[in-house]
Structure formats: structure tokens, C-alpha cells
Design a protein around this ligand. Sequence first.
Ligand code: ADP
Ligand code: MG
Ligand code: ZN
Length: 479
Amino acid sequence: MEYRAVIGLEVHVQLNTNTKIFCGCSTIFGAEPNSQTCPVCLGMPGALPVLNRKVVEYAIKAGLATNCQIAPRSIFARKNYFYPDLPKGYQISQYELPICSAGHLDIQVEGTAKRIGITRIHMEEDAGKLVHADVPGVGDDSCVDLNRACTPLLEIVSEPDLRSADEAVAYLKKLHQIVVYLGISDGNMEEGSFRCDANVSVMKVGADKFGTRTETKNVNSFKFVKQAIEYEIERQIEVIEDGGKIVQETRLFDPNTGVTRSMRGKEEAHDYRYFPDPDLVPLVISNDWVEDVRLGLPELPEAKRLRYMDELGLPAYDAEVLTASRELADYFEACLEFHSQPKPVANWVMGEVTRALNEESRSITDTPVTPQLLAELLQLIDKGTISGKIAKTVFDEMWRTGKPPAQVVEEKGLVQVSDTGEIERIIDEVLAREAGQVAEYRSGKDKLFGFFVGQVMRASKGKANPAVVNELLLKKLQG
Ligand code: ADP
Ligand code: MG
Ligand code: ZN
């Protein structure tokens, strides 16, 4: 029997506003516990929430970038549950009337495009954090840190349109790329700024109804999402094949074992008793505001990718790689301001620059070779001052020292030799030394040509102009 998986993702994105969603406390990560709190985020009775306008702006940005409709009127709701990190006894979220709905993202999996529906995007506050620690003078204890309480989140809920772990990862990567491009989140998955709940069910091929889903909570890397979904699909198929039934439940993924296990079943599921928060008036968003935000949107990765292909004439692969992150694209475009040929610039950015960055696990924002210096290097190649091969040596030295290419070339004596007299002299030497090979070449072994080029280049320590070498060598060998 063949099965088909059905997947829908709920993604939580932590927004990078300076202050929290309903009070003026700072959101900076890693401060002394409870140092960034006030009566509102401590949940004191009678303290009143005041909505952060920036959070709304960011939500509108996310909605526009994912083709959503922006609700002219939306409502904050209380989601009631008890937990020690939630002093109010409820989380302020949105329920029936979220700020964004009915959007979509187009993903590419193995060369085919697919549209994934986005059901809704809503704003909510995060909870605090329980810290289980050895407290001096107390011993093992659990403490509450409310610095994170009330920090702004977006929850982005997809339609159950995904059909494999690979599609889910492609969707998630695309969404991640968009929120980082928009500048509304740092997207740091290790710190939990971008995390995902994976809803998974399976059904027999041809069935007319989806199967029962499980929800695996808080998976925080692309790799784990893939593992968790694949594990869950296999597990569910096995249960059904063994004559069992899938129960709707919440599960947890263990990255150490690659396995999901049950956390709570439907019976223990919370009844959140949502209701509109009487402390917050309905949120009204004017059309003008939405249009203002739309005008301020940066160029998004999809548009950038197409522009790189259409206007810059880059191959699809290059366009994809260069737009993967906004920083890389910015670097590439900054290089183009100093050197107007896109393809060689693309080659260098995707080649040497990326290699050097990876070797040192550095980010493009912290490269010692600035766009201007890289462009100067390419100009030296264009002018024939150095060969493409020598340029790589020069680049390594620039990377190490931060020196401009002209200075490196000068100091290391790397100027390309194009002087025909000088090159001729080297060729004569090589041909005299390799008389046997010359005879073979002349008796028809054409393939040896490359060997001679190599010998001449080596004798010149890589500095001979390859075009000149080829031309003169051919003349000499034929003559
Ligand atoms: P809940 O609050 O119960 O998690 P939500 O509406 O927030 O409900 O999210 C439900 C998620 O589950 C959505 O992403 C949706 O696409 C997905 N989903 C719904 N039905 C199925 C199903 N049968 N199989 C897989 N995913 C599903
Ligand atoms: Mg859910
Ligand atoms: Zn506060």
C-alpha cells in the first residue's frame, strides 16, 4: 500500500524590535535575569498593555512579503493557561481575527515550482523562561526569568499543502530568508528566534480525506525538521500497517536520537478558552499605512533572483547562490559599483570569496577584501597586469593582510610578463630541454601542446601571459 504525507507548519518568528510588544522594556538577549521587566511584563494586576507600533509594522511587512491580505481590523485575544513562566495566566495572542491571512509562498523542489498556502499570520507575546539551576545557598531549584516575557513573536501558519520533508524544508528556508531580508528578525535558529511546529499526517494514495495529524513542537534547525518529519511519516505508516490508529497528540523531537515521542495526547490538550482581550482595543490599520509599508519593502530574494538573471544576465544557479542571503547580495552589488561586469564578479564572489569565508567561518559582513578591493583585483586581470591564476595568489595575500591588490602585486613581483622577447627566451629554453617531446609533437602527438604550456608557465613562475605563451609556442613548434 502506498502512502502520502501531509504536512502543515506553524512557525514562530521572534521580531527584533528594540522593545517588547506591550511595554517599553528592552528585548536585548542575555541580560541579567529579570532586569528587563516592568509591571506589564511581570503580569502585575491592573497593569495595562500598550501595543508597540513597530510590531504591527513588522507584521504588515511579513504579510505583504508572503502575499497575504492585511486585515483592516484585527483583534487581540487571551489564550488562557497556567505555567510558572506566564504570570498573567494567559498569553496575549490573536485568534479569530489575525492581522494577516490568505497568503502564499512559491517554493522550488527538484526543479518544480509549487505554491504553498499561508493560512494566517498573527502577533503574540512570548512567555518567560524557567531556568533549572543550582542556586547558591538554596541548591537545585527552578527559577523564573521574565526578560523574555512579552517579547514580540509572529506565528505564521501554513496550509496543509506540503507533501514531503524536503518540501517542508524548502518552504521553511524560503520563509527564513524572507524574514531576514525584511530585517524584522535575526532569524537565529539556535537562540530560538525562528522555530517550527511540524504537523504531520499520512493517508493512503487516493484517499479523499486527510489522516489524523500529530504536532511535533519547537524544532529549531532545518536538519532537525527534516529528520523529525521523516521519522514521523515512517512511524505513522508503521502504526497503520500494524492495524493501529494514529492519535492526535503533541510530540517532542529528540535531536540526539532522531526520534519523536509523545508529550501529551488530545485528552490533556489545553482548552485555552480564547476570548478578546478587554485591555486592548481592536487594531485598525488604514490602507495608507499598508501602502506606506509596501513602498518601504526591500527588494525580496525572489525579485532579486529574477533581476540578476534578466538584467545582469547571470545563470539561474549564480542568481540563486548570490541572493541566498541579503548580505551576500549586498556585497555582490557593491562590487558591481566598481566593476561593471557581472559574470566575473559573480565567479569571484561565489568562488574565492565564499571559499575564504567558509575556511574561517566568517560572515560576508566581516570580509577583509572589500568590494572596492575585489573590483581593483579584477581590473588588474582585465588590464593584463596579472593572470587569473596569479590573481588567486594575490587574493589570498589581500585576504591575509587587507592590502590593495596593486601593492601585493608590486611587493611580490607578480606582474604578468607579456613581453614577447622574454617569453620567447623561456620557450626556447623549454624546447631545447624537451627535445624528445618536441620530436613527438612534430610527428603528430598534438596532445603534448598542453605539456609545453605547463612547462613554460612553470619556468616563468606563473607570470607569463598565457595568451602570449600559447601564440608563441604554437608558432615555434610549427616552425
Ligand atoms: P493548532 O492550534 O491546533 O495547532 P493551527 O490552526 O494553529 O491549529 O495549526 C494547524 C496546523 O496543522 C496548520 O499548519 C495546518 O496546515 C496543519 N494541519 C491541519 N490538518 C492537518 C493534517 N491532517 N495533516 C497535517 N497537517 C495538518
Ligand atoms: Mg498548533
Ligand atoms: Zn516590561
